[in-house]
Design a protein. Structure first.
Length: 370
Protein backbone atom coordinates (compact mmCIF):
# COMPACT_ATOMS: atom_id res chain seq x y z
CA UNK A 1 0.00 0.00 0.00
CA UNK A 2 1.48 3.35 -1.01
CA UNK A 3 1.79 6.16 1.51
CA UNK A 4 -0.87 8.21 -0.30
CA UNK A 5 -3.35 5.39 -0.87
CA UNK A 6 -6.48 5.35 1.25
CA UNK A 7 -6.27 2.25 3.44
CA UNK A 8 -9.15 -0.18 3.58
CA UNK A 9 -10.62 -0.18 7.07
CA UNK A 10 -11.99 -3.26 8.78
CA UNK A 11 -13.96 -2.70 12.00
CA UNK A 12 -13.84 -5.78 14.23
CA UNK A 13 -16.13 -6.18 17.25
CA UNK A 14 -15.87 -9.08 19.73
CA UNK A 15 -19.22 -9.86 21.36
CA UNK A 16 -20.80 -12.04 24.02
CA UNK A 17 -24.44 -11.29 24.88
CA UNK A 18 -24.39 -7.72 23.63
CA UNK A 19 -28.01 -7.48 22.44
CA UNK A 20 -28.47 -4.18 24.31
CA UNK A 21 -25.34 -2.46 22.99
CA UNK A 22 -24.43 -3.85 19.57
CA UNK A 23 -27.44 -2.37 17.69
CA UNK A 24 -26.52 1.11 18.95
CA UNK A 25 -22.92 0.68 17.81
CA UNK A 26 -24.02 -0.57 14.39
CA UNK A 27 -26.34 2.43 14.10
CA UNK A 28 -23.41 4.73 14.91
CA UNK A 29 -21.19 3.03 12.32
CA UNK A 30 -23.90 3.31 9.66
CA UNK A 31 -23.86 7.13 9.80
CA UNK A 32 -20.10 7.66 9.73
CA UNK A 33 -18.88 10.30 7.28
CA UNK A 34 -16.18 7.79 6.36
CA UNK A 35 -17.91 4.40 6.60
CA UNK A 36 -15.85 1.29 7.29
CA UNK A 37 -15.10 -0.94 4.32
CA UNK A 38 -16.37 -3.89 6.33
CA UNK A 39 -17.72 -4.70 9.77
CA UNK A 40 -16.99 -8.06 11.36
CA UNK A 41 -18.64 -9.29 14.55
CA UNK A 42 -16.81 -12.14 16.29
CA UNK A 43 -19.45 -13.69 18.51
CA UNK A 44 -18.42 -16.00 21.35
CA UNK A 45 -21.65 -17.99 21.54
CA UNK A 46 -24.19 -15.40 22.66
CA UNK A 47 -27.53 -16.76 23.84
CA UNK A 48 -29.44 -13.47 23.59
CA UNK A 49 -29.62 -13.12 19.79
CA UNK A 50 -26.58 -10.87 19.36
CA UNK A 51 -25.27 -12.78 16.33
CA UNK A 52 -28.74 -12.84 14.70
CA UNK A 53 -29.06 -9.07 15.04
CA UNK A 54 -25.66 -8.63 13.40
CA UNK A 55 -26.58 -10.88 10.48
CA UNK A 56 -29.89 -9.08 9.91
CA UNK A 57 -27.94 -5.83 9.72
CA UNK A 58 -25.75 -7.28 6.96
CA UNK A 59 -22.66 -7.61 9.12
CA UNK A 60 -20.19 -10.46 8.68
CA UNK A 61 -20.36 -12.78 11.70
CA UNK A 62 -17.55 -15.16 12.62
CA UNK A 63 -17.22 -17.54 15.54
CA UNK A 64 -15.20 -16.29 18.49
CA UNK A 65 -14.34 -18.09 21.70
CA UNK A 66 -15.30 -17.50 25.32
CA UNK A 67 -11.59 -17.34 26.15
CA UNK A 68 -11.92 -13.57 26.04
CA UNK A 69 -12.13 -10.60 23.67
CA UNK A 70 -8.62 -11.22 22.33
CA UNK A 71 -9.73 -14.52 20.78
CA UNK A 72 -12.66 -12.76 19.13
CA UNK A 73 -10.45 -10.00 17.77
CA UNK A 74 -8.11 -12.60 16.28
CA UNK A 75 -11.02 -14.45 14.68
CA UNK A 76 -12.27 -11.23 13.15
CA UNK A 77 -8.80 -10.30 11.90
CA UNK A 78 -8.47 -13.67 10.15
CA UNK A 79 -11.63 -12.91 8.17
CA UNK A 80 -10.79 -9.25 7.52
CA UNK A 81 -9.68 -7.86 4.17
CA UNK A 82 -8.62 -4.41 5.35
CA UNK A 83 -5.21 -2.79 5.45
CA UNK A 84 -6.01 -1.31 8.86
CA UNK A 85 -7.96 -3.04 11.62
CA UNK A 86 -10.01 -1.05 14.11
CA UNK A 87 -10.97 -3.14 17.12
CA UNK A 88 -13.99 -1.74 18.95
CA UNK A 89 -15.79 -3.00 22.02
CA UNK A 90 -19.53 -3.46 21.59
CA UNK A 91 -20.41 -0.88 24.25
CA UNK A 92 -18.76 2.16 22.64
CA UNK A 93 -20.63 4.83 20.70
CA UNK A 94 -18.44 6.79 18.25
CA UNK A 95 -19.69 10.06 16.83
CA UNK A 96 -20.29 10.52 13.06
CA UNK A 97 -16.79 11.94 12.40
CA UNK A 98 -14.94 9.41 14.53
CA UNK A 99 -13.75 6.95 11.86
CA UNK A 100 -12.75 9.69 9.43
CA UNK A 101 -10.78 11.67 12.01
CA UNK A 102 -9.18 8.63 13.63
CA UNK A 103 -8.06 7.05 10.37
CA UNK A 104 -6.76 10.35 9.03
CA UNK A 105 -4.63 11.03 12.11
CA UNK A 106 -3.47 7.42 12.27
CA UNK A 107 -2.30 7.55 8.65
CA UNK A 108 -0.83 11.06 8.67
CA UNK A 109 1.09 10.44 11.89
CA UNK A 110 2.68 7.28 10.54
CA UNK A 111 1.41 5.18 13.43
CA UNK A 112 1.43 1.39 13.22
CA UNK A 113 -0.54 0.78 16.42
CA UNK A 114 -2.68 3.35 18.21
CA UNK A 115 -5.45 3.93 20.66
CA UNK A 116 -7.35 7.04 21.69
CA UNK A 117 -8.58 8.76 24.84
CA UNK A 118 -11.87 7.65 26.36
CA UNK A 119 -14.85 9.55 27.67
CA UNK A 120 -17.91 8.25 29.51
CA UNK A 121 -21.34 7.70 28.03
CA UNK A 122 -23.43 9.73 30.41
CA UNK A 123 -23.27 12.95 32.37
CA UNK A 124 -21.83 11.82 35.71
CA UNK A 125 -18.98 14.18 36.54
CA UNK A 126 -17.27 11.53 38.66
CA UNK A 127 -17.17 9.21 35.62
CA UNK A 128 -15.59 11.98 33.57
CA UNK A 129 -12.91 12.54 36.20
CA UNK A 130 -12.12 8.83 36.27
CA UNK A 131 -11.79 8.59 32.49
CA UNK A 132 -9.64 11.72 32.28
CA UNK A 133 -7.38 10.30 34.99
CA UNK A 134 -7.02 7.15 32.89
CA UNK A 135 -6.23 9.25 29.81
CA UNK A 136 -3.61 11.23 31.71
CA UNK A 137 -1.98 8.08 33.06
CA UNK A 138 -1.85 6.43 29.61
CA UNK A 139 -0.17 9.54 28.20
CA UNK A 140 2.35 9.63 31.04
CA UNK A 141 3.50 6.03 30.60
CA UNK A 142 3.29 5.97 26.80
CA UNK A 143 7.00 6.63 26.11
CA UNK A 144 8.15 3.58 28.08
CA UNK A 145 5.04 1.39 28.57
CA UNK A 146 2.49 1.69 25.73
CA UNK A 147 -1.10 1.15 26.87
CA UNK A 148 -4.10 0.68 24.58
CA UNK A 149 -7.54 0.16 26.08
CA UNK A 150 -9.48 -2.46 24.14
CA UNK A 151 -12.35 -0.03 23.65
CA UNK A 152 -10.55 1.16 20.52
CA UNK A 153 -7.32 -0.07 18.95
CA UNK A 154 -6.09 0.66 15.44
CA UNK A 155 -3.36 -1.45 13.89
CA UNK A 156 -1.87 -2.07 10.49
CA UNK A 157 -2.48 -5.56 9.16
CA UNK A 158 1.22 -6.35 8.85
CA UNK A 159 1.90 -5.43 12.49
CA UNK A 160 -0.96 -7.61 13.72
CA UNK A 161 0.51 -10.49 11.71
CA UNK A 162 4.07 -9.82 12.87
CA UNK A 163 3.17 -10.13 16.56
CA UNK A 164 0.87 -13.11 16.08
CA UNK A 165 -2.27 -11.21 17.03
CA UNK A 166 -3.58 -11.06 20.58
CA UNK A 167 -2.12 -13.61 22.97
CA UNK A 168 -5.19 -15.75 23.66
CA UNK A 169 -3.60 -17.28 26.75
CA UNK A 170 -3.52 -13.91 28.52
CA UNK A 171 -6.34 -13.73 31.06
CA UNK A 172 -6.49 -9.99 31.58
CA UNK A 173 -5.04 -6.77 30.11
CA UNK A 174 -4.53 -8.51 26.77
CA UNK A 175 -4.98 -5.09 25.13
CA UNK A 176 -1.98 -3.59 26.93
CA UNK A 177 0.08 -6.69 26.15
CA UNK A 178 -0.89 -6.31 22.48
CA UNK A 179 0.17 -2.64 22.46
CA UNK A 180 3.48 -3.42 24.15
CA UNK A 181 4.36 -6.14 21.63
CA UNK A 182 3.12 -4.05 18.71
CA UNK A 183 5.36 -1.15 19.78
CA UNK A 184 8.38 -3.41 19.25
CA UNK A 185 7.54 -3.68 15.54
CA UNK A 186 6.20 -0.22 14.72
CA UNK A 187 5.40 3.17 16.15
CA UNK A 188 2.74 3.29 18.84
CA UNK A 189 0.72 6.45 19.27
CA UNK A 190 -2.20 7.95 21.15
CA UNK A 191 -4.62 9.82 18.91
CA UNK A 192 -5.44 13.37 19.98
CA UNK A 193 -8.24 14.43 17.61
CA UNK A 194 -10.86 11.97 18.83
CA UNK A 195 -12.28 10.47 22.02
CA UNK A 196 -14.23 7.23 22.13
CA UNK A 197 -17.37 7.34 24.32
CA UNK A 198 -17.44 4.19 26.47
CA UNK A 199 -19.92 2.54 28.79
CA UNK A 200 -19.19 2.60 32.51
CA UNK A 201 -21.23 -0.56 33.09
CA UNK A 202 -18.41 -2.62 34.59
CA UNK A 203 -17.68 0.16 37.04
CA UNK A 204 -21.38 0.31 37.89
CA UNK A 205 -21.44 -3.43 38.46
CA UNK A 206 -18.32 -3.82 40.58
CA UNK A 207 -17.87 -0.40 42.16
CA UNK A 208 -14.80 1.85 42.15
CA UNK A 209 -12.95 0.13 45.00
CA UNK A 210 -13.34 -3.44 43.77
CA UNK A 211 -12.50 -2.60 40.18
CA UNK A 212 -9.56 -0.42 41.21
CA UNK A 213 -8.03 -3.31 43.17
CA UNK A 214 -8.11 -5.49 40.08
CA UNK A 215 -6.72 -2.81 37.77
CA UNK A 216 -3.91 -1.87 40.15
CA UNK A 217 -2.90 -5.53 40.35
CA UNK A 218 -2.96 -5.74 36.56
CA UNK A 219 -1.00 -2.51 36.18
CA UNK A 220 1.87 -3.93 38.20
CA UNK A 221 2.21 -6.58 35.50
CA UNK A 222 1.81 -4.09 32.65
CA UNK A 223 4.58 -1.82 33.94
CA UNK A 224 6.86 -4.82 34.37
CA UNK A 225 6.05 -5.98 30.82
CA UNK A 226 4.65 -9.25 32.11
CA UNK A 227 1.53 -10.84 30.54
CA UNK A 228 -1.15 -12.02 32.96
CA UNK A 229 -1.74 -15.75 32.59
CA UNK A 230 -3.29 -16.25 36.04
CA UNK A 231 -5.44 -14.04 38.27
CA UNK A 232 -6.43 -14.35 41.93
CA UNK A 233 -9.94 -13.10 41.11
CA UNK A 234 -12.71 -13.55 38.55
CA UNK A 235 -12.91 -11.19 35.59
CA UNK A 236 -15.50 -12.55 33.18
CA UNK A 237 -15.80 -11.72 29.50
CA UNK A 238 -19.41 -10.72 28.81
CA UNK A 239 -20.29 -10.35 32.49
CA UNK A 240 -22.03 -7.01 32.91
CA UNK A 241 -25.24 -5.46 34.11
CA UNK A 242 -28.21 -5.32 31.76
CA UNK A 243 -29.83 -1.89 31.35
CA UNK A 244 -32.09 -1.12 34.30
CA UNK A 245 -30.76 -3.91 36.50
CA UNK A 246 -29.34 -3.29 39.94
CA UNK A 247 -25.92 -4.25 41.30
CA UNK A 248 -25.33 -7.93 42.12
CA UNK A 249 -26.15 -9.13 45.61
CA UNK A 250 -23.17 -11.47 45.81
CA UNK A 251 -19.68 -10.31 46.73
CA UNK A 252 -17.74 -9.73 43.52
CA UNK A 253 -14.35 -10.05 45.21
CA UNK A 254 -13.42 -11.30 48.68
CA UNK A 255 -10.66 -9.04 50.03
CA UNK A 256 -9.34 -11.65 52.49
CA UNK A 257 -9.22 -14.24 49.72
CA UNK A 258 -7.50 -11.77 47.40
CA UNK A 259 -4.78 -11.09 49.98
CA UNK A 260 -4.26 -14.81 50.52
CA UNK A 261 -4.15 -15.61 46.81
CA UNK A 262 -1.89 -12.71 45.87
CA UNK A 263 0.86 -14.43 47.84
CA UNK A 264 0.78 -17.35 45.43
CA UNK A 265 1.72 -15.25 42.42
CA UNK A 266 5.12 -13.87 41.57
CA UNK A 267 5.40 -10.14 42.11
CA UNK A 268 5.88 -8.77 38.56
CA UNK A 269 7.96 -5.89 39.91
CA UNK A 270 10.65 -8.41 40.79
CA UNK A 271 11.54 -8.38 37.11
CA UNK A 272 12.64 -4.76 37.31
CA UNK A 273 16.27 -3.90 37.85
CA UNK A 274 17.55 -2.52 41.15
CA UNK A 275 17.82 0.94 39.58
CA UNK A 276 14.25 0.71 38.32
CA UNK A 277 12.93 -0.31 41.73
CA UNK A 278 14.82 2.57 43.31
CA UNK A 279 13.19 5.01 40.89
CA UNK A 280 9.72 3.68 41.72
CA UNK A 281 10.49 3.87 45.43
CA UNK A 282 11.57 7.51 45.12
CA UNK A 283 8.37 8.26 43.20
CA UNK A 284 6.15 6.71 45.86
CA UNK A 285 7.96 8.51 48.68
CA UNK A 286 7.30 11.96 47.23
CA UNK A 287 5.07 14.23 49.26
CA UNK A 288 2.36 14.49 46.61
CA UNK A 289 1.73 10.73 46.79
CA UNK A 290 0.76 10.98 50.45
CA UNK A 291 -1.48 13.93 49.68
CA UNK A 292 -3.14 11.99 46.85
CA UNK A 293 -3.80 9.02 49.11
CA UNK A 294 -5.47 11.28 51.67
CA UNK A 295 -7.69 12.88 49.04
CA UNK A 296 -8.88 9.53 47.76
CA UNK A 297 -10.15 8.66 51.24
CA UNK A 298 -12.77 11.39 51.24
CA UNK A 299 -15.99 11.71 49.28
CA UNK A 300 -15.62 14.62 46.91
CA UNK A 301 -18.46 17.10 46.48
CA UNK A 302 -19.51 18.15 42.94
CA UNK A 303 -17.42 21.39 42.99
CA UNK A 304 -14.35 19.36 43.95
CA UNK A 305 -14.96 16.90 41.10
CA UNK A 306 -15.19 19.82 38.68
CA UNK A 307 -11.90 21.31 39.89
CA UNK A 308 -10.20 17.92 39.64
CA UNK A 309 -11.58 17.34 36.16
CA UNK A 310 -10.26 20.70 34.93
CA UNK A 311 -6.87 19.98 36.44
CA UNK A 312 -6.64 16.59 34.72
CA UNK A 313 -7.58 18.11 31.38
CA UNK A 314 -4.84 20.74 31.71
CA UNK A 315 -2.24 18.12 32.61
CA UNK A 316 -3.32 15.94 29.68
CA UNK A 317 -2.82 18.82 27.23
CA UNK A 318 0.61 19.54 28.72
CA UNK A 319 1.77 15.93 28.42
CA UNK A 320 0.54 15.69 24.83
CA UNK A 321 2.68 18.73 23.98
CA UNK A 322 5.72 17.28 25.72
CA UNK A 323 5.28 13.64 24.70
CA UNK A 324 8.28 13.36 22.40
CA UNK A 325 10.67 15.36 24.65
CA UNK A 326 9.68 13.03 27.49
CA UNK A 327 10.65 10.05 25.37
CA UNK A 328 14.03 11.63 24.60
CA UNK A 329 14.54 12.34 28.31
CA UNK A 330 14.11 8.65 29.10
CA UNK A 331 16.70 7.78 26.45
CA UNK A 332 19.17 10.28 27.89
CA UNK A 333 18.60 8.91 31.38
CA UNK A 334 19.38 5.40 30.20
CA UNK A 335 22.51 6.60 28.42
CA UNK A 336 23.86 8.31 31.52
CA UNK A 337 23.20 5.23 33.64
CA UNK A 338 25.01 2.98 31.17
CA UNK A 339 27.99 5.33 30.94
CA UNK A 340 28.26 5.37 34.72
CA UNK A 341 28.47 1.58 34.75
CA UNK A 342 25.28 1.14 36.74
CA UNK A 343 22.43 -1.19 35.88
CA UNK A 344 19.56 0.87 34.44
CA UNK A 345 15.86 0.23 33.98
CA UNK A 346 15.56 -1.89 30.85
CA UNK A 347 13.01 -0.13 28.64
CA UNK A 348 14.00 -1.79 25.36
CA UNK A 349 11.03 -4.12 25.46
CA UNK A 350 8.65 -1.28 26.27
CA UNK A 351 9.69 1.45 23.85
CA UNK A 352 7.08 3.25 21.77
CA UNK A 353 9.20 3.36 18.60
CA UNK A 354 11.09 0.32 17.28
CA UNK A 355 14.78 0.25 16.50
CA UNK A 356 15.25 1.27 12.87
CA UNK A 357 17.90 -1.33 12.20
CA UNK A 358 15.81 -4.36 13.14
CA UNK A 359 13.29 -5.69 10.61
CA UNK A 360 9.93 -6.94 11.91
CA UNK A 361 9.99 -10.51 13.10
CA UNK A 362 7.15 -12.75 14.08
CA UNK A 363 6.55 -13.37 17.76
CA UNK A 364 6.31 -16.96 18.85
CA UNK A 365 3.74 -18.60 21.01
CA UNK A 366 0.70 -16.56 19.99
CA UNK A 367 -2.29 -17.57 17.92
CA UNK A 368 -4.69 -15.79 15.63
CA UNK A 369 -2.52 -13.88 13.14
CA UNK A 370 -3.85 -13.27 9.68
Amino acid sequence: MSAKATPRLSVIIPTLNEIHTLPKLLDALSVQTRPPDEIIVADAGSNDGTADVARVRGVTVVVGRRAGPGAGRNAGARAAAGDVFMFLDADVLPGPEFLASALEEFTQSGFDVASCPIEPLGDELSDRVITEAVNLYFQMVRPFSPHAAGFCILVRREIHAAIGGFDEAVKLAEDHDYARRGAKHGEFGMLTRVHIPVSMRRLEKEGVTRLALKYIWCEMHALAGKPIYNTPFDYEFGAHLSPGSGPPSRTVIDIAQLREQLGRFEDPLQRLSAAGLEQIDRLLRRAWMGTAREHFRIVLEPPDWLILNRYLLRRLVLIRRRGRPLRRAWSKLQGRENQAGRQGLDLNGLRSRPAKSKPPKRDRGHSGAT
